[in-house]
Design a binder for this molecule. Sequence first.
Ligand code: PMV
Length: 313
Amino acid sequence: MKSKASSPGKVILFGEHFVVYGVKAILCAINKRITVTAEKVDGNKISIKSNIGNLELEPNKLISEIDSPLKPFYYLADKMIKNQNTGIDIKVESDIPLGVGLGSSSACCVAGAAAISKLFRDTTKKEILEMAIEAERTIFENTSGADCTVCTYGGIMAYDKKNGFTKIESEPNFHLVIANSNIEHSTKSIVAGVKQFKEKNEDEFSRLCDNEAKLIEDVLKILKTNSVGELGKKITENQKYLETIGVSNDKLRDMIQIGQKTSFGAKITGAGGGGCIFALTDTSNLNQTINELQSKNYDCFSVKIDFKGLDTF
Ligand code: PMV
C-alpha cells in the first residue's frame, strides 16, 4: 500500500524578527512543493530516501540520538508503526531550495505527516498539522508552528504569539521574484543577534516594533484593495527596519537594490544573514526583474501564492 502527499513552501511577507517580540507577521504559501510518498513494506525498517541523503533505521530509536535532517520523518513513521508489524519506505521529492527560509522543513513535516498517517487511518488537516508541528519540534524546538500552519492550509495568514493564526481571505494575484543568496542561515543565531541589538538599544527597538505593528495594520488594509504599488512601498519600508536591526549583509543588500529597480519593492524574507530576498511584481515587471537579477548572476525564480495547501493523493 502506497500513499502520497504534497505541501507548499512559504515566505514571510512582513514582520519577521519583530514577531518574536509580539508583533504580527504575515506569511503566505508559495507554489513550490515537497512531495512525500510512503509505503508499507515487509520487515521492520524505516527507510527514508531524499535528494539530501538517506536514512535507514530500526524503530524505537531515541530521537535525540539521531543526527540527520531527515529525523522528523523517522519520528512520524516510528510513532505510526508502534505495535504494527510493518516497515515503511519514504521517498521525498522537493522543488523548494533547502535551508534558506522557504519553509522546506515545515513542508516536509506536513507532507510527511499526511503521507505516513494515511497508510494507517484517515486524518483531518487539523490532526496532520498537530503531528507536523510535533515532528518539526525534533529539529526546531521553539517553532511557533506558523510555517506548518500556512503550509497545511495555503493562502495568506497573519500570525502573532498571543492570538495565533488568522487566515486572510484576499487572493492577490502578484508574483514574487525570489532571489537566493545561497548562504545557509542559522535562524537561531540571527535571532540571538537581534536580541543583543534590542538589549543595547531598548528605546529604538521598541520604536521599531511600534512602527512595524503600524505597518502591518496598513498592509492588512492594502491587501483588501489589491494595490500592488502600495504594498510594494510597505515592503521597502519593512526592509529599512530589518536593515536597522542588523540582519542584512552586502549580498542581500545588492540583491534588494537590483530587485527594487524594476519591482514594486523588495526585502529579506525570513531570518536574514543569508537565505532569500523577494521582489514584488506583477506581469508588467516580472520578466524585467528576473532578467536584472540573472544578469548579475543571482539565482532567482518566480512564485505565486499557493491557495491549496496540503494535497493528498
Ligand atoms: O528564515 P526562517 O524561515 O527560519 O524565519 C525565521 C523567522 C524569525 O522571525 C526570524 C524567527 C521566528 O521564530 O519567527
